[in-house]
Design a protein around this ligand. Structure first.
Ligand code: NOJ
Length: 561
């Protein structure tokens, strides 16, 4: 397997709006990020991915960009961004930019021009269709609710928006669009960024016949089969690679909703000239129901384990995995996959981290995960800010498909705002995030769960993450070792082996709150193993083990040849 710096990295995702406010306006900003670089250095991560900080009317918190080359006032200036790059680089930290080019904002000059007339030179930058039988061109629903088509009076045609109506989809069939995007990307690379996280990049190639989609439980058809992993996607990415990526030493990760193993091998194959790695979505979609993510179903462990094992085993040696449990679109990982009760929060957060960080791939830490931040569990709909949560609340309760109380329960478990509450730095007002009024409520548990406390405490989640990240730097087997699942049928324990030359790791994670027995397979027992890390801080192990609630233990073996 080829050695690459991005395989050896740990990425930390910053959601700038909620990370650190430096000027008291209640909104996180770039100067706030600069203030915290030493904290991130201390944690040990070496790549920072920033969610978008560009000019935007903020319909979708910045994933609706109106100028790709300008920093939004809320976040600071281009000088601040340049200072961030320089100060990050001084500390050996790299910066990933969020590239949102499936769509722009409807306030982007390209769209302002495009909607003016059918003859406008920018008309074909977007996807315009005539009404069909006086209605939308097809039945596709938008990801944030409602139809994916918006009628525009000016020219009597509809434009496509797979997300909100303020996020019109770019027409990637148009070469001029692609060239403008590549120019912009090269411009950023020359400024010194170190790579791109590519927003919904699997959606840029659409089936040009725009057929109706299947209707599941909601009001609209599912267009995903016609716009995800479309027929020209790999051609576009290879072109992007030639025009931009191959010219710089950068890292790329594609957000590829709907990606399969076969597709992932094409996007991120060892010898593919496309991307370095992709985010798959299978494990974060477990339990989804007829209304998609709006359900109170909890995840099923066996299904989760099967999915994780499949991605590990099938990509190894062929493509590279991105390892994540949370991000700005997902609930807090400890609330979802672990147990955020007072009793088990710390231990289960450490167990989840052990499991993820010991797999093959590049781990991603989402801000606050390293201190075990939990879901917000907002009690009132007025506390939510996220367009997706608000639109679906209206749509599903409005159509009588769900009672408001039921939808509130779904939001508590799945709303994106669970991950977007401000970073909890200390136990002062607003968790030390801002001296003003935060744009979204701080989680009420900030006086108990915060960075200051976690740094002081000897055996905190933060200290544990630090150790895990350090171990990756010192043990090649964690990065490059092969992966083999062990005792696949075990209903509580996720066990696997990593192996590189004469080094072997055995990773055991109890995903339940019950004590669970585990017999170490014979292949390990003749060798003398040592505990590499353990969340209960044990330093001995036995062949017959009883793993306590959410216990995680990693054993290391050195074969004497
Ligand atoms: C995926 C991003 O992660 C999400 O936050 C955003 O709303 C959509 N793409 C649309 O850009």
């Amino acid at each position: 397997m080829k050695r690459n710096w991005w395989k050896e990295s740990v990425v930390y995702q910053i959601y700038p709006r909620s990370f650190k406010d430096s000027n008291g306006d209640g909104i996180g900003d770039i100067k706030g990020i600069i203030e915290k670089l030493d904290y991130l250095k201390e944690l040990g991560v070496n790549v920072l991915w920033l969610s978008p900080v560009f000019e935007s009317p903020l319909d979708d918190n910045g994933y609706d960009i109106s100028d790709y080359r300008k920093i939004l006032n809320d976040y600071g200036t281009m000088e601040d961004y340049e200072e961030l790059i320089a100060k990050a680089h001084e500390r050996g930290l790299k910066i990933l930019m969020d590239l949102v080019v499936n769509h722009t904002s409807d306030e982007h000059p390209w769209f302002i021009e495009s909607r003016k007339s059918k003859e406008n030179p920018y008309r074909d930058y977007y996807i315009w269709k005539y009404p069909k039988d006086g209605k939308e061109p097809n039945n596709w629903g938008a990801t944030f609710g409602g139809s994916a088509w918006e009628y525009d009076n000016e020219t009597g045609m509809y434009y496509l928006h797979c997300f909100s109506k303020k996020q019109p989809d770019l027409n990637w069939e148009n070469e001029a669009v692609r060239n403008d995007v590549y120019d912009m990307m090269n411009w950023w690379c020359e400024k010194g960024i170190d790579g791109f996280r590519m927003d919904v990049i699997s959606m840029i190639s659409k089936d040009q016949s725009f057929p109706d989609g299947k209707v599941y439980g909601g009001l609209y058809g599912d267009g995903a089969p016609y716009y995800m992993n479309g027929h020209r996607i790999h051609e576009f990415l290879r072109e992007m690679n030639r025009e931009v990526l191959a010219k710089h030493d950068i890292m790329t990760v594609g957000e590829t909703a709907g990606v399969t193993i076969e597709e992932a091998k094409m996007y991120a194959g060892e010898d593919a000239d496309e991307l370095n790695m992709v985010f798959q979505f299978e494990h974060v979609s477990i339990g989804d129901g007829p209304y998609g993510k709006w359900t109170t179903n909890r995840y099923d462990f066996m299904e989760y384990k099967k999915i994780m094992i499949k991605w590990q085993e099938e990509l190894q040696g062929k493509a590279w995995n991105s390892l994540y449990l949370g991000n700005h679109d997902q609930p807090r990982s400890v609330s979802r996959f672990g147990d955020d009760s007072e009793e088990y929060r710390e231990i289960s957060a450490k167990m989840l981290a052990t499991c993820i960080h010991m797999m093959q791939g590049t781990p991603y830490v989402y801000q606050g995960e390293e201190i075990g931040m939990t879901n917000a569990y907002f009690e009132d709909i007025s506390m939510y800010k996220d367009i997706e949560s608000l639109q679906y609340y209206e749509e599903l309760t409005g159509a009588g498909l769900m009672e408001p109380e039921e939808m509130m329960e779904c939001l508590k478990l799945r709303s994106r705002d669970n991950a977007r509450t401000p970073m909890q730095w200390d136990d002062t007002v607003n968790g030390g995030f801002t001296e003003g009024t935060p744009w979204i409520n701080v989680n009420s548990n900030y006086s108990r769960i915060n960075v200051e406390h976690q740094i002081k405490e000897k055996d905190s989640i933060f200290q544990y993450y630090k150790e895990l990240i350090q171990l990756r730097k010192e043990n090649e087997v964690i990065v490059y070792g092969s992966f083999t699942a062990i005792n696949r049928e075990d209903e509580k324990i996720f066990a696997f082996k990593r192996e590189l030359d004469e080094k072997k790791l055995l990773v055991l994670c109890n995903y339940s709150k019950e004590e669970t027995a585990f017999k170490v397979p014979e292949e390990f027992t003749p060798e003398k193993g040592e505990v590499l890390i353990s969340n209960y801080r044990v330093n001995e192990w036995k062949e017959e083990m009883i793993l306590r609630p959410y216990e995680a233990i990693v054993l290391t073996f050195q074969t004497v040849l």
